[in-house]
Design a protein around this ligand. Sequence first.
Ligand code: ATP
Length: 351
Amino acid sequence: MAGIRVENIEKVFGRVKALDGVSLEVRDQEFVVLLGPSGCGKTTLLRIIAGLEHAEAGRVFIGARDVTTLPPRSRKIAMVFQNYAVFPHLSVFENIAFGLRMQKASPERVKTQVGRAATLMHIENLLERYPAQLSGGQRQRVAVARALAVEPEVLLMDEPLSNLDALLRLEMRAELKRLLAESRTTTLYVTHDQVEAMSLADRIAVMNAGRLVQYDEPMKVYQDPADTFVGGFIGSPPMNFLRLPVEGNQAKMQSFALDLPIPPPGQEVLLGVRPEDLEAHLEPQPQSFPAQVLVVEPLGPHLLLTLMHEQQPLKVTVPPDFATRPGQTLWLRPQPGRLRWLDPSSGRALA
Ligand code: ATP
């Protein structure tokens, strides 16, 4: 097995700069998720690594091999696509064997490898069936088994769960996590679903407009977003951003001040705080600021409140039995240690 390394990839489609100097390293056996909004260049990067698309500039390495100019079949990669194209006229066995047959593998090797991949995906009892006789989740596993059967050095997956309905998607997410952990294949996985990314990834590579904006472990990306884009894209509801005046090394709230890690460049600073990191109280508390409740939404495990503080909207989650109503003033206490400070002009985190 092997890791993946891409260096300074540039890709242009007509006037669209799809990839703008992307560098990324996936370690051997690591599961990395490429995450970003539609059109940010995720699929293009995956296709360049697979050799299905040619980059204007940059290099691609699989393990120690520079594969930049190699055709897809020589790269030792396997890819699972969105529609996980299983062939309806082929049995599960033949579907899994497909890549091996293309490689003109011996009948013994086909048998061994299909058996191994099917066992890994827990579909060894379905080998005689046809795709029409399988559930969506089982078809999904056939597609992954087919990719793994050729013993790729790396596995590339492009939104493999996106065609499944919500419930099956949730089940398959956990399944896939378990199965791929067993296979230990280096995997690069594309999604625009931040929950899927958080759930599956060893590390998340967040992309925006053709650039890599943050590459970190899931909780790090969630708690310490590199900029306002990442804070807003990851988390539902997204991170709150409050614009505050700066005095020296402190951000001023109405009746108190919060220390800043470093002095920001301008006269204002953005406080980034997750909805669960603003503690709501009915009475004034030390280090709290007032906000007026606009909307109360019961969501089951918690209430989602929309509040207004000096014309700035905020989202806060509170326990389901928290008694509040629109029009009420609550006191919000930012949880120390859970705050992110950002420069309002660049949107970048201060430290
Ligand atoms: P999605 O989540 O919607 O699949 P993505 O992040 O995978 O999006 P890409 O498919 O990589 O995005 O596309 C990146 C940009 O390049 C987009 O602006 C897209 O319109 C453009 N693009 C991609 N492929 C082509 C192509 N073959 N011809 C022209 N433009 C393209």
